[in-house]
Ligand binder design. Structure first.
Ligand SMILES: [Fe+2]
Length: 333
């Protein structure tokens, strides 16, 4: 299948300045002016990853999925059309605006506007983060993941899995139903969460260093009403993160330490200890579900559920031995 990852995302906004301070001072993205209509934000070598556009309605958004080349775009378009999905070949002017060579667009069954593209432009200048961070984990994993509120997962699962070619990483059934879907080593590039609504639930971006996340949390604690979900850790993708209320009416998950999956060689399992190992108090959940999620965390803790960290070269130092007490006992003979 053709899709390689989430390449970019665009959101409508009436106020560009709210987004600018949020994306640069809180998230550490780099702002690029695009006239007085839009602002683009860089996360890496690409010309843009997140675009905030005043010409779009507040809740109007688009999600750009990357494919390798023109031939992959053709075969994806053909499969979508064979499945009865209306596909638009977008004009060069829109490709120029997206900073890609070519794109098509189509809607998912709940009306999310998706695009597929190839040939993303790389900027001439190196990435300069908006605040001092080590950087975003993107590359072959894409810009992060998006999670959609859906009325019924069964209406969308076939589209994402069979038509777009996503693999199911795992799923949860309580305190709400959710499916996590991958197209690359990132545990999920898309997830569907059954809340009865149709909207964007959150965008997740991943940092190289846990301290980037902790230092961002310190900044957010200055305006605690903007913290939607407290610092915590997911059991399935192993990400340590918190969620902010973005200026766009959806949440922004700011995380570290995502676990890789192996596309094509992965068995989906139900995750029963989630949706979080600890923390992640979801202030947006109805009280009964919030309490249920807390009860599940306390049970996971009482049961001793723990997970190793998933680290990258350069963001950890391996200590000598497994256990200093045991190493010392062995050394004494
Ligand atoms: Fe997430």
């Amino acid at each position: 299948m053709e899709i390689r990852g989430l390449g970019y995302m665009g959101v409508g906004a009436s106020d560009l300045s709210d987004w600018t301070s949020f994306a640069t001072d809180w998230l550490g993205m780099q702002m690029i002016e695009r006239g007085n209509i839009a602002r683009a934000f860089r996360m890496d070598d690409r010309s843009q990853r997140l675009v905030v556009d005043r010409s779009l309605a507040e809740r109007e958004r688009y999600f750009g999925f990357e494919v390798d080349d023109a031939a992959s775009l053709r075969s994806l378009a053909a499969r979508l059309e064979a499945a009865g999905v209306k596909v638009r070949q977008e004009p060069t002017a829109l490709a120029d605006q997206r900073f890609v060579k070519e794109l098509i667009s189509f809607d998912d069954p709940s009306g999310n506007h998706l695009e597929a593209f190839h040939g993303a432009a790389v900027a001439d200048e190196p990435f300069r983060p908006g605040r001092s961070i080590s950087g975003f984990r993107t590359g072959a994993l894409g810009m992060g993941h998006v999670v959609f509120h859906v009325k019924n997962i069964d209406d969308l699962l076939g589209f994402y899995r069979d038509t777009l070619g996503f693999g199911v990483s795992d799923y949860i059934t309580t305190p709400f139903r959710a499916y996590f879907l991958h197209v690359n080593a990132r545990h999920h590039s898309v997830a569907l969460i059954e809340t009865g609504k149709q909207d964007l639930h959150h965008l997740m971006v991943e940092l190289f260093s846990l301290d980037d996340v902790g230092q961002g949390y310190d900044i957010a604690l200055g305006e605690p009403e903007k913290i939607a979900t407290t610092l915590g850790r997911h059991p399935n993708d192993a990400v340590t993160s918190y969620y902010l209320r973005s200026p766009g009416g959806f949440m922004l998950e700011y995380g570290w330490g995502g676990k890789d999956v192996t596309p094509g060689n992965w068995t989906a399992k139900e995750v029963t200890v989630g949706p979080s190992l600890w923390g992640h108090d979801r202030t947006w959940l109805p009280d009964d579900q919030r309490q249920k999620a807390r009860d599940m965390r306390l049970k996971a803790a009482a049961d001793g559920v723990r997970q190793p960290l998933h680290v990258l070269d350069g963001n950890y130092v391996r200590q000598d031995g497994v256990c200093p007490w045991w190493d010392a006992a062995k050394a004494r003979g």
